[in-house]
Write a protein that binds this ligand. Structure first.
Ligand SMILES: *Cc1c(COP(=O)(O)O)cnc(C)c1O
Length: 445
């Protein structure tokens, strides 16, 4: 089986996500069949390898085929594959919930399979909390401009990305949107902290008017990843916590992309020293091996559901809630954090990558070069149509997987890069930019 044959079979029967399938019909945008992966490398059927510079859509932390995670999964397969979690429990889900409680200070974990289902769970739990506490009118939500929280119909209500939402507008009960604290929107003379204060002021004005009908504010702490790695000052989260307390509105921290060390701390909200009412986790939770999501919440929320009456309970479920294999993968991932000083290692690794990326960062067509933890982003000054797609193609030709969002190139590599792979990634990222800009020149010449 080679790339060509596998692509043809795939295109006949697999409907690929986030894809206009017709674009694969021409060889302009070839599908990439992956036969196996090891560490930071993906291998296709024709023997090419690609450095996974975006951790396979932000899920991978310690490289592919990690021996410790694989061993845990093999062991778990020999014990218990799956059992329903209603009326039953098992060691992996108990231990994982204990560890997540210790890591976050939020002592109750509810499980789903994907990030979007975690969003659904948090929204439903918040509104149901207010209903159970005698305030059923608090059932609307507010999010940030450019926010992304998943694409199921409920999650789309708080996802402010037009292309994902437009076709489904009639299905969605839209949440309110307040300005993003995106530091790139600074006016001349304004700092990131000033932008944060300005955005918090807009939230305050909105809450003052609408808090009676508002259940929760949902935010991606420190980095709005899908918005193009829009980063903001931690002071925003402190102001938000104060405002949510004052106006009795839950604060949901969507750490699906930012969790597990990605921003430099285990969870991004910890950089602001705040405690959210809900934390959504997924993506890195299993080290990128199996789908699993979790919503963590407080005793206060939990207690509001604890009652003699069944209907006051949280009667939400998914068939694979708390799947033992996925929980074991998560435990093996957390063990890699506790057995190694991953956050300190990443500080040093990030410096190596900063140096490797210096030519890209200093390129004349780059605006707003930025980094937080293990997330790098560069906005490109370009008018080339389909820039993101063209850049991605050129990067693949260089043996690196990078997929810009709009005009923003970003890297979110696994935490196991070495000097050689850092150099390969940085070289590929710069060469792809040069090739894309050369194409732009031909396009306009
Ligand atoms: C990816 C993502 C989601 C959705 O997760 P899925 O597993 O893709 O449904 C939600 N919120 C944030 C911040 C994300 O980055």
């Amino acid at each position: 089986m080679d790339n060509q044959a596998m692509s043809e079979r795939s295109l006949r029967h697999v409907w690929h996500p986030c894809t206009q399938m017709k674009q694969h019909a021409s060889q302009a945008v070839p599908l990439v069949p992956v036969s196996h992966a090891e560490g930071v490398w993906l291998y296709d059927f024709d023997g090419h390898r690609y450095l996974d510079g975006i951790s396979s859509w932000w899920v991978n932390l310690f490289g592919h085929n990690h021996p410790a995670i694989r061993a845990a999964l093999v062991d778990q397969l020999g014990r218990l594959d799956h059992v329903m979690l209603a009326g039953f429990t098992h060691q992996p889900v108990v231990e994982l919930s204990e560890q997540l409680a210790a890591l976050t200070g939020l002592g109750h974990a509810f499980y789903g399979s994907d990030g979007a289902s975690a969003t659904e769970i948090a929204l439903k739990m918040s509104a149901h909390y207010w209903r159970n506490t005698g305030r059923p009118g608090k059932c609307r939500f507010v999010g940030l401009a450019g926010g992304y929280h998943g694409e199921t119909v409920g999650a789309l209500a708080v996802t402010d990305i037009a292309i994902f939402r437009e076709a489904y507008a009639p299905l969605v009960r839209l949440a309110a949107t307040v300005p993003s604290p995106d530091a790139r929107t600074a006016q001349p003379g304004e700092s990131a902290a000033d932008v944060a204060q300005r955005a918090a002021g807009a939230l305050e004005a909105w809450l003052a008017e609408h808090h009676h009908e508002t259940a929760a504010l949902i935010v991606e702490p420190l980095v709005q990843c899908a918005a193009g790695m829009a980063m903001h000052d931690a002071g925003y989260l402190r102001r938000v916590r104060t405002l949510c307390d004052r106006y009795e509105v839950h604060l949901i921290a969507d750490e699906i992309a930012t969790g597990f060390g990605r921003t430099g701390t285990m969870f991004a909200h910890q950089q602001a020293g705040i405690r959210p009412d809900f934390i959504c986790l997924s993506k890195g939770l299993t080290g990128g091996t199996l789908p699993l999501s979790a919503v963590l919440t407080t005793d206060t929320v939990y207690d509001a559901f604890y009652d003699d009456e069944t209907a006051r309970g949280f009667l939400h479920s998914h068939s694979y809630t708390g799947n033992p294999l996925a929980c074991r993968a998560a435990l093996a991932t957390l063990a890699l954090f506790s057995g190694n000083d991953v956050l300190a290692h990443n500080v040093v690794l990030a410096q190596t990558l900063d140096q490797a990326f210096a030519s890209l960062t200093g390129h004349a067509r780059i605006r707003h070069a930025r980094r937080l933890g293990m997330i790098w982003a560069w906005d490109v000054d370009t008018v080339l149509p389909h820039f993101a797609q063209r850049y991605h193609q050129h990067a693949m030709a260089q043996g690196v997987l990078l997929r810009p969002i709009g005009h923003t190139i970003y890297a979110m590599p696994p935490y196991v890069m070495d000097e050689e792979s850092a150099a390969h990634l940085a070289h590929g990222a710069l060469a792809a930019l040069q090739a894309t800009l050369a194409e732009e020149e031909r396009h306009h010449g």
